[in-house]
Design a protein around this ligand. Structure first.
Ligand SMILES: Cc1ncc(COP(=O)(O)O)c(C=O)c1O
Length: 459
């Protein structure tokens, strides 16, 4: 079969896109005068669009997803072979890739035990919210039903996960939201909320204050990103996570770590929580699990959580009565097995750590040159530079000017990201998340391009 594509003339593809595709996170009025960008091909860190232009992708498919890079034939072959053998069976039964990947994943997650498959980060998080509610109903007499979430964190796009959006601009106009989701303060020290020495502990203590205000017997769980992604690449201050863990234990609150971005290598360890010695009750993951070669998400729990759903077999309502049709697709786990093998065999965790240090060194260098860089933050190949119009007052750079920097990088052939219509007045952080295969030359080209763009756009 041939595709309806003439490599020399993609105009009909662009026209079809313009007429019929509704793009994510996009105001479409612009496409009445300009063409939407249509990508055609990718290899390694590079992409080509329908006009034949080449780009260096510093954001792994736009949203920190393609961790092992584009054009991996071994993943495509593994998916092909599996689809011919068995493409699907509903998740009430097992499949070979589903079982094998679950075992391999749990080997990387000491303390965790069970894998529940679905298709997106949002869905994986919603599964946890449902589990927490069911645990409250069955084991706490209906109490402990509230779920805490943090200012600036993001957990997905459905109504349920938007109820836990710490990013107001993502949630606005889509309410009203369900009850029982309660916000706690963020932990970004650069935007200080307390003037104290041990900022990490203080920011965690703010969670305890919310628990005491709500009543500890009403709070069942807290969901947190290990490093906040779209909310401005927020690395936790020293002492934060240890204190969060203590608070969760003290009040019997289940700890749900959202690894949708950090999961599978992004910070230089398999999971972000492993950087901070956290012992979670739930871990959710999606994007990097199969690097975007197939849709897969996982909700991983401890055996203790799992046991709470099988303690009363005589009660027909006691088990987790949830299904995700496409959680039974075999393409996801088979791609995930090969994705994990690549990360291991090519030493990509080490590369991520080394290249991440190079990004941070380069960004610190840029900070000396450009007063508009107020702060740089990062862990592994997951880095951000917060732009300000005045370094002393930390006045955030206007979002339009930040987007102009992103546009100039694009014009120079490098795709970088920025916090995007998430936080009112604070969409001012440039985001970098290149594939874990990035070389020193790739990193230098990315930061050189930002250097040039800052000079050109912001003077
Ligand atoms: C931390 C985090 N959690 C959850 C999600 C939602 O994932 P998905 O878009 O696959 O539903 C995202 C998406 O960007 C995310 O960044």
């Amino acid at each position: 079969m041939t595709l309806d594509l003439n490599p020399n003339d993609m105009s009909h593809v662009v026209a079809a896109d313009r007429s019929h595709v509704w793009h994510h996170l996009s105001q479409h009025k612009q496409y009445e005068t300009i063409d939407p960008r249509v990508f055609v091909e990718g290899k390694g860190m590079r992409l080509w669009d329908a006009t034949g232009r080449e780009f260096l992708d510093a954001v792994s498919g736009g949203v920190w997803t393609v961790n092992v890079g584009y054009g991996r034939e071994s993943i495509a072959n593994a998916i092909r072979d599996q689809l011919i053998k068995l493409n699907y069976y509903a998740g009430a039964a097992g499949t070979v890739p589903g079982a094998v990947f679950a075992r391999k994943l749990i080997e990387k997650m000491p303390g965790m035990s069970r894998v529940y498959y679905s298709n997106s980060g949002s869905e994986a998080n919603e599964k946890v919210y449902k589990m927490v509610r069911q645990i409250a109903a069955r084991h706490h007499g209906g109490r402990k039903w509230k779920i805490l979430y943090r200012d600036r964190d993001y957990h997905g796009t459905t109504i349920g996960t938007l109820a836990t959006s710490g990013q107001d601009q993502r949630a606005m106009q889509y309410g009203p939201y369900p009850d029982g989701f309660v916000r706690v303060p963020h932990c970004l020290e650069y935007r200080k909320q307390w003037d104290v020495e041990n900022y990490g502990e203080r920011a965690a203590d703010a969670i305890e204050e919310v628990i005491l205000r709500e009543g500890p017997d009403t709070v069942g769980a807290i969901v947190l990103e290990p490093v906040t992604a779209g909310g401005g690449v927020i690395t936790p201050p020293e002492g934060y996570w240890q204190r969060v863990q203590e608070i969760c234990r003290k009040y019997d609150i289940l700890l749900h770590i959202d690894e949708v971005v950090c999961g599978l290598g992004r910070t230089g360890t398999w999971f972000g929580y492993q950087q901070y010695g956290i012992e979670p009750d739930f871990v959710t993951m999606a994007k990097g699990v199969a690097s975007g070669y197939a849709a897969i998400s996982c909700t991983v729990t401890t055996e203790r959580v799992f046991e709470m759903f099988k303690d009363a077999p005589e009660d027909g309502m006691s088990y987790f009565r949830d299904i995700s049709t496409f959680g039974g697709c075999t393409a996801g786990p088979v791609a995930a097995i090969e994705n994990m093998r690549i990360i291991e065999d090519e030493g990509l965790l080490d590369n991520c750590t080394r290249m991440g240090e190079r990004v941070m060194t380069n960004l610190h260098g840029l900070m000396e040159k450009h007063a508009v860089i107020g702060d740089v933050r990062g862990k592994g190949l997951f880095c951000g530079a917060e732009l300000v119009s005045d370094r002393a007052s930390k006045e955030p750079m206007d979002e339009k000017r930040v987007q102009a920097v992103v546009a100039e990088c694009l014009a120079q052939g490098v795709i970088v990201g920025a916090t995007n219509r998430s936080l009112p007045g604070l969409n001012n952080t440039l985001c970098l998340s290149p594939a874990l295969i990035a070389t020193a030359d790739d990193i230098d080209r990315i930061t050189d391009t930002i250097d040039h763009a800052l000079t050109k756009v912001l003077g």
